[in-house]
Write a protein that binds this ligand. Structure first.
Ligand code: NAP
Length: 228
């Protein structure tokens, strides 16, 4: 039995990832910034709930304190919370995008490290995006080339880079970033694109359940490693 925490898991990809990890027998904590939405999602799935706003240090610390008090260990951490930031490109919008998509990864990782170090096979998965891949965004043959999502793209590049650095500084923990595939969630509803979240969640679950010999410091999609 392993213990997993997923941020932003009250809906979308995070919710489906929670569902699939539960089906595999993991103890799953749904992290959500809104108590009502989080408790409802947890009750629907039979998961546990912790209030967790990735932009709020006190909330993050309190959430990991709950997991620590209840379980004493964390085996799987999924950084899933994210925002698209597709409105105006200005300072406040940039701060919001980076606060959630990149600084949130630092806050939650730092708070989780003591519990992850207690696991026999600790794994961290960052749901980043191929929009944060310099290779994809500069490649005219890729769909990312034509998407003007500067703040999302830059903040996801930062999230992927953090994955690389954590993989190096914490060799006992596996850190991988991923592109889940275009998925029909609230985030993409305005574009009318994407496949069902169940399919993309399988990509997250595959990396969340890698064994002790699995990769670390990679960016992957469902086909394997992606160029940076
Ligand atoms: P979604 O349905 O909009 O879900 C986003 C989740 O993040 C929600 O639960 C949201 O909570 C939560 N969240 C936002 N800000 C938060 C904060 N400050 N603290 C805690 N939770 C917060 O979108 P999704 O498509 O499932 O996205 C999940 C992840 O996949 C994101 O990181 C996204 O960038 C990534 N991704 C998605 C796609 C895609 O095609 N959908 C492609 C590549 C990568 P609320 O309900 O409270 O807003």
């Amino acid at each position: 039995m392993t213990v997993a925490l997923i941020t932003g898991a009250n809906k979308g990809l995070g919710f489906e990832t929670a569902k699939q990890l539960l089906e595999l027998g993991h103890t799953v904590y749904i992290g959500a910034r809104d108590v009502e939405r989080g408790e409802k999602a947890a009750a629907t799935l039979g998961a546990r709930f912790v209030q967790l706003d990735v932009t709020d240090d006190a909330s993050v610390r309190a959430a990991l304190a709950v997991v620590g008090a209840d379980e004493g260990v964390l085996d799987v951490l999924v950084h899933n919370a994210g925002i698209l930031a597709d409105g105006a490109v200005d300072g406040p919008a940039a701060l919001r995008a980076f606060d959630t998509n990149a600084v949130g990864v630092v806050r939650v990782t730092e708070a989780a490290l003591p519990l992850l170090r207690k696991s026999s096979n600790p794994v961290v998965v960052t749901v980043s995006s191929s929009m944060g891949s310099f290779w994809a965004v500069t490649n005219p043959d890729r769909p990312e080339f034509g998407l003007p999502l500067a703040l999302y793209s830059a903040s996801k590049a930062a999230a992927t880079m953090l994955t690389v650095h954590y993989a190096r500084s914490e060799p006992g923990i596996k850190f991988n970033a991923l592109e889940p595939g275009a998925t029909a969630t609230d985030m993409t509803a305005a574009f009318g694109i994407g496949r069902p979240p169940e399919e993309s969640a399988r990509v997250v679950v595959r990396l969340a359940t890698i064994g002790p010999d699995g990769p670390t410091g990679t960016l992957q999609d469902e086909s394997g490693e992606l160029p940076w």
